[in-house]
Design a protein around this ligand. Structure first.
Ligand SMILES: NC(=O)c1ccc[n+]([C@@H]2O[C@H](COP(=O)([O-])OP(=O)(O)OC[C@H]3O[C@@H](n4cnc5c(N)ncnc54)[C@H](O)[C@@H]3O)[C@@H](O)[C@H]2O)c1
Length: 333
């Protein structure tokens, strides 16, 4: 059995997901591509063999050949598009963040609860990344004792031109927020944000630094620096009672010559997380076929954005913010 997939957004991520679907995912056929920019849609359709192209997401969502929808358009479009998919009763994999604010995420959670089943997966692909999976397993065994601290570093080469100071947190650090609550299997209770002076000539607050605490008292630090210049570099170290658990440095090959040792960083997230994107897409297709949800749910999408909202409130007020979540519906327990 095979399902037809429609991809909304043919930019950096949409093109990457469409290519992964066309080349590496079984049980699904990439049927349609939509982009507000028709040229982009045509380019990606030609590269991937998608037979239908649209410039309106609504037309793609209504297409009878499209059984499930992958949303990779800008953050501010996500909420309306996910709600349109729910209205059409079509499973949806929405790129992170689920919506730009926690309130909009809750609109999606409530719509799903009204339908009585989970239709939405959020693209927090690190949950499918082999090193993060190994880290989670290592924490769960308790071999190093209880986690006490988590240090996260998230650096990129250059902030996208559309990136705002708030998006450094709501679209960037939100990955760290999701992955730490998934690694630790508990909620973040409070958050405080700090900004250093910004990188010379940067028009936005970059880097930023977050300090969060979980309900049981694990302290989480996040450095996010979108324009770090030298390469894409994601690190994480969990400090436990009796040892530490870290992601290994992202090395494919290591070169030693002329008195130096070196390795190359990726230019962006796509090579570093290629295996995770592929595994996430295959798991999503499998879950659509079986009707069993997997990955980050709409509820997880809401919580990540609620914590990001608290960080932004902390930036605006210079205070630590205690996080109050909405009651968790039974659908997500
Ligand atoms: N999971 C990850 O690792 C990861 C990495 C980067 C970006 N993202 C997320 O993926 C999404 C896309 O980011 P990107 O970097 O590909 O952006 P992008 O700007 O490269 O691409 C977005 C595309 O969407 C199109 N578009 C805009 N509004 C539309 C609409 N209403 N309907 C259809 N198409 C529309 C644009 O023309 C553009 O081609 C964002 O939500 C972003 O936060 C996730």
């Amino acid at each position: 059995m095979s399902i037809g997939i429609g991809v909304v957004g043919a930019g950096v991520m949409g093109a990457d997901h469409a290519m992964t679907l066309a080349r590496h995912v079984s049980g699904a056929t990439l049927i349609a591509i939509c982009d507000a920019d028709e040229e982009r849609a045509t380019r990606v359709a030609t590269q991937t063999g998608a037979v239908r192209q649209y410039s309106s997401a609504d037309s793609l969502i209504r297409d009878n050949q499209v059984d499930a929808v992958l949303i990779a358009s800008p953050d501010e479009t996500h909420a309306d598009l996910v709600l349109a998919c729910l209205e059409a009763r079509k499973p949806v994999l929405c790129e992170k963040p689920l919506a730009s604010t926690a309130d909009r995420c809750l609109d999606i959670v409530r719509a799903e609860v009204r339908l009585g089943r989970q239709w939405v997966q959020v693209g927090y692909m690190r949950r499918f990344d082999p090193p993060y999976l190994a880290m989670r397993d290592a924490i769960a065994t308790g071999q190093c004792g209880r986690p006490l601290l988590v240090h996260c570093t998230h650096r990129g080469v250059k902030a996208a031109p559309f990136m705002t100071s708030d998006m450094v947190v709501s679209a960037g650090a939100v990955h760290e927020i999701d992955i730490t609550r998934w690694l630790l299997d508990e909620e973040i209770a409070s958050a405080q944000a700090f900004a250093s002076r910004s990188k010379t000539s940067s028009p936005i607050r970059d880097p930023q630094f977050l300090v969060m605490k979980t309900k049981s008292g694990v302290l989480i630090t996040v450095e996010i620096f979108e324009s770090a210049g030298y390469g894409y570099d994601v690190r994480s170290e969990v400090v436990c009672d009796n040892g530490t658990i870290s992601l290994a440095a992202p090395i494919d090959i290591n070169i030693r010559k002329e008195g130096t040792e070196s390795f190359a960083f990726a230019a962006d997230w796509r090579p570093r997380f290629a295996a995770a994107y592929r595994a996430q897409l295959q798991a999503w297709v499998n879950s659509v076929l079986s009707g069993t949800p997997c990955g980050a749910s709409a509820w997880d999408g809401y919580v990540a954005t609620a914590v990001a909202d608290a960080c932004l409130e902390s930036t605006n007020t210079s205070r630590r913010i205690d996080i109050q979540l909405a009651p968790r519906p039974d659908l997500y327990k």
